[in-house]
Design a protein around this ligand. Structure first.
Ligand SMILES: [Zn+2]
Length: 294
């Protein structure tokens, strides 16, 4: 079995010192591809360079360029123009526009940062709209962040009808919400949410969805897995996973989440789904290939 992490912030400073070690551990676990979205303009060059730096590595790093709704407060149209120019220049190095999206909690809290909620929504929507349009022009898929925003995101996706669609990253929600994204060609990024037994709605949704519509992701170093999943060996794969991490990282403190945890998310997915582990792994790889490499 081979695996791809469809969403990992490998450029985060939490990984900088341990990156060669971390990639060696990923290799041991057959995690062969890591998709790295960008969150803000000050990270654009860094993420592009990361892929170049590890170009000859057995594990491939695939960059994406985009501006995340959490980081656009001080940004304006100049930054969007900068993004557009760089996407044009790096078109054959990047695999998606992302991470982009809309975040309801950020809008709600905007007044504590000197913006009204309405102003913040308008600002977020302007950036989302611009970046969807950019993806359309460049025929690229998008990686979409959502939080308390399914109803606001959907009209944008319907309007743009991107040929390559993309990923609804860190999906949590109902079967109906999931299917409305899938009907537009999107795949759902399944991450640590399913490792929490209290996330019943999302787990039941993931159980019923077509396997062709799923990809797995860690969102590391964010989104820690549940403690029970991190500590319990739930399949034969877990033992080697845990040993691999411990041996390699005896003297370092690991961040709360890391791409090696992709295997644990996969194992939980296997317990939720009816198909065999091999069937699931193969289909997940096909889904990644269809999204980013066609
Ligand atoms: Zn992310």
């Amino acid at each position: 079995m081979q695996f791809s992490d469809s969403h990992c912030h490998l450029d985060d400073s939490a990984f900088t010192e341990q990156l060669p070690l971390l990639l060696a551990q990923c290799q041991q676990l057959a995690i062969n591809r890591i998709i790295v979205p960008t969150i803000a303009p000050n990270k654009f060059t860094e993420v592009l360079n990361l892929a170049k730096e590890y170009h000859s590595n057995p594990i491939k790093i695939y960059p994406c360029l985009g501006i995340h709704p959490w980081f656009l407060q001080a940004l304006d149209n100049d930054h969007l123009a900068q993004l557009s120019a760089l996407v044009d220049k790096s078109r054959h190095e990047i695999v998606a526009i992302g991470e982009i999206g809309l975040d309801g909690a950020i809008a709600k809290n905007a007044p504590t940062h000197g913006q009204t909620t309405e102003e913040n929504w308008a600002h977020q929507q302007h950036f989302f709209d611009y970046q969807l349009n950019l993806a359309k022009q460049q025929n690229l898929p998008v990686i979409v962040h959502h939080r308390q925003s399914h109803d606001k995101i959907m009209p944008f996706l319907r309007r743009y009808k991107l040929a390559k669609a993309g990923v609804i990253h860190g999906f949590s929600g109902s079967y109906q919400q999931a299917m409305s994204y899938i009907d537009l060609g999107f795949k759902l990024g399944i991450g640590s949410t399913i490792t929490y037994s209290r996330a019943k709605k999302t787990i039941n949704t993931v159980k019923r969805l077509p396997l062709e519509s799923l990809v797995i992701e860690t969102d590391a170093p964010s989104m820690p897995l549940s403690k029970e999943v991190l500590s319990n060996a739930i399949s034969p794969y877990s033992e080697s996973t845990t040993q691999g991490v411990k041996q390699g990282a005896e003297n370092v403190t690991l961040p709360v989440n890391s791409p090696v945890n992709l295997i644990k998310i996969f194992e939980v997915l296997v317990t939720i789904r009816a198909e065999s582990a091999e069937q699931i792994a193969q289909q997940l790889e096909r889904n990644i290939a269809q999204l980013f490499f066609t």
